[in-house]
Design a protein around this ligand. Structure first.
Ligand code: PLP
Length: 561
């Protein structure tokens, strides 16, 4: 039945879920009109967001999460379309973006998430438009070989093998230099999965832990447990991995750190010696070194760890989720000296490769190491194929390799080095400024681009060493209370954001202390902005908390001299 013009107009206004409307949303590349449609909708996204970011220089609007949660309590899917695409886009820009977090602000220096180059939006759009699925060649073709190429580039950055090595492996369907994951958590999990299977492999009388399971493996190898050793600053993704792999997260053994937040090698050796005494019951599955601890950004002595693991024949994993890209800086690559001896390495794309959420990667020194986790299916991932899903924890996944490969072409390692150097050097300048100000105390100086500090007036810092136990506790308790609340006030004010953590510093401070944690990765964050952040913290202190120290409120008996 042919509709009249009036009926058609009414139908358009009403928004209906019909076949005709649906077909308009599936873009046909052969259709010239699609160009106009794409441009029409891309413009408000790019320019709308751009002017939003210009208008809202702060971090987030002052609306509580409770108020927001109250607005999102509808659990019913509307059977009929509610909004046109144009309205949804306006809605996202006007109602969601202001209440999301402006992580691109140069005043946002609290987490490992920051501004990304503008071209990432374009690259992400291309990967979404292509919508390749890298699990298999049949849904990705050239993307799978581009992925193998970019994996070789980063592998080379870490392991620096020679040309014949990369000629042999770069496009070899039987070997694997690494794989893309959703993020650092799954990269670490993949590394531990491989380490677990390599520790309890297939033999003539046993099909391997992956086939027969943990109980059978422990029985066969005469074990009661497997353990993983990491400094107590190890990322909690390792605990998740231990839980998931059946190792048990209590068997992730935390090793103490020294005054520079690096794994205490002496204690590590001692614990390995102890564990060796129960060799018939306990297997050391892996030792993990950290190249950029989440809280303080420090790097473990990677070469020394490598020597220990080589001597004891233990899988050596380096979690360089944060610090990995430092290898592109000629000036600071030496900080990761020894990483090339690691059996496996985690690096995040969405951290210091400045890629959009989410992208992680894991690399293996031995191109056959990932054979321990190979899976085949009858319809895809057949033995001998290039299907990248064969050795990967994920199934379907997006073409992140296209984004990384393109980014490396746009920036070059020298471009990345500028970003890395800026972060490290700005953090050093910031540390100097903190030291200059009598209200602040630098707690962990930056080795990379992360540092921690707290508010603690100079006179208290000076009195601290001679104070008795009770006084020390009182100083730290009061300071913890003040720092925790200043961080909250600053976050709620919404102009700047520095994160907060609690460091276990009993040796130095007698108890755990609350600190501000500053991560400098945004190239637009400069000395002036960091000074503004300190000024704001000082203002909050003077306005709300000074009295606690000056007049006492019963909390602190030590007073200014
Ligand atoms: C050292 C380290 N490893 C692993 C991870 C986990 O990464 P993701 O959040 O990408 O899963 C992080 C995240 O901050 C990290 O700092």
């Amino acid at each position: 039945m042919i509709m009249t013009a009036k009926e058609m107009r009414a139908k358009r206004r009403k928004l209906v879920a019909d076949w005709e409307a649906l077909m308009r949303t599936f873009i046909k590349p052969e259709n010239e009109a699609t160009k106009t449609i794409l441009l029409k909708y891309m413009e408000p996204i790019l320019f709308g967001l751009h002017s939003f970011l210009n208008k809202h220089v702060g971090i987030t609007e002052e609306v509580s999460i409770k108020e927001l949660a109250d607005q999102y309590k509808n659990s019913r899917i509307n059977p009929y379309p509610e909004k046109k695409l144009a309205d949804v886009i306006t809605d996202l820009i006007e109602n969601i973006a202001p209440h999301a977090v402006n992580i691109a602000s140069p005043y946002f220096v609290g987490h490992m998430t920051s501004a990304i180059p503008f071209f990432m939006v374009h690259l992400k759009t291309i990967t979404a438009a292509l919508n390749q699925n890298v699990v298999k060649l049949e849904t990705s073709k050239v993307v799978s070989v581009v992925e193998k190429q970019v994996l070789a580039k980063i592998h080379r950055l870490i392991y620096r093998k020679d040309d014949p090595f990369y000629e042999e492996h770069i496009q070899n369907p039987d070997t694997t230099l690494g794989c893309f994951t959703d993020g650092g958590t799954l990269a670490n999990t993949t590394a531990m999965w491989v380490a677990r299977n390599a520790a309890m492999p297939k033999t003539a009388g046993f099909k391997g832990i992956e086939s027969e399971g943990l109980a059978a493996a422990y029985r066969y190898y005469g074990l009661e447990r497997c353990v993983i050793l990491v400094s107590r600053l190890g990322h909690y993704s390792l605990s998740k991995a231990c839980g998931l792999l059946g190792i048990g997260n209590e068997n992730l053994i935390p090793i103490d750190v020294d005054n520079r937040n690096k794994i205490n090698i002496k204690q590590l050796r001692q614990i390995i010696r102890q564990l060796e005494k129960e060799k018939d019951r306990t297997k050391i599955m892996a030792v993990v070194g950290i190249a950029g601890t989440t809280e303080t950004g420090n790097i473990d002595p990677l070469r020394e760890l490598a020597d220990i693991c080589a001597e004891k024949k233990i899988h050596y994993h380096v979690d360089a989720a944060w610090g990995g890209p430092t290898l592109m800086s000629d000036k600071y690559a030496h900080l990761l000296d020894g990483i090339k001896y690691a059996d496996s390495v985690t690096i995040d794309g969405h951290k210091q490769f400045y890629m959009p959420m989410t992208c992680g990667m894991v690399y293996f020194k031995d191109p056959h190491r990932m054979d321990h986790i190979a899976y085949h299916a009858r319809y895809v991932n057949r033995p001998g194929s290039v299907d990248l899903g064969i050795k990967s924890l994920s199934g379907s996944r997006e073409a992140n390799s296209l984004i990384l490969d393109s980014t490396l072409k746009i920036m070059g390692s020298k471009g990345f080095a500028l970003l890395i150097n800026h972060g490290i050097e700005t953090a050093r300048e910031f540390a100097k400024e903190i030291k200059k100000r009598p209200l602040f105390q630098l707690i962990s100086p930056p080795e990379l681009n992360i540092l921690t500090y707290r508010i603690c007036p100079e006179y208290l810092q000076k009195q601290f060493p001679a104070a008795n136990q009770a006084e020390k506790n009182e100083i730290n308790e009061t300071m913890n209370y003040i720092n925790q609340n200043i961080q909250r006030c600053q976050r709620e004010a919404g102009k700047s954001f520095v994160s907060r953590t609690t460091l276990q510093l009993k040796r130095l401070f007698n108890r755990d202390i609350v600190v501000f944690r500053c991560v400098i990765m945004n190239p637009m964050t400069d000395k002036k902005i960091l000074n503004d952040i300190l000024d704001e913290q000082e203002e909050i202190f003077n306005y709300h908390f000074q009295d606690i120290l000056l007049m006492g409120s019963g909390r602190l008996k030590l007073t200014a001299k």
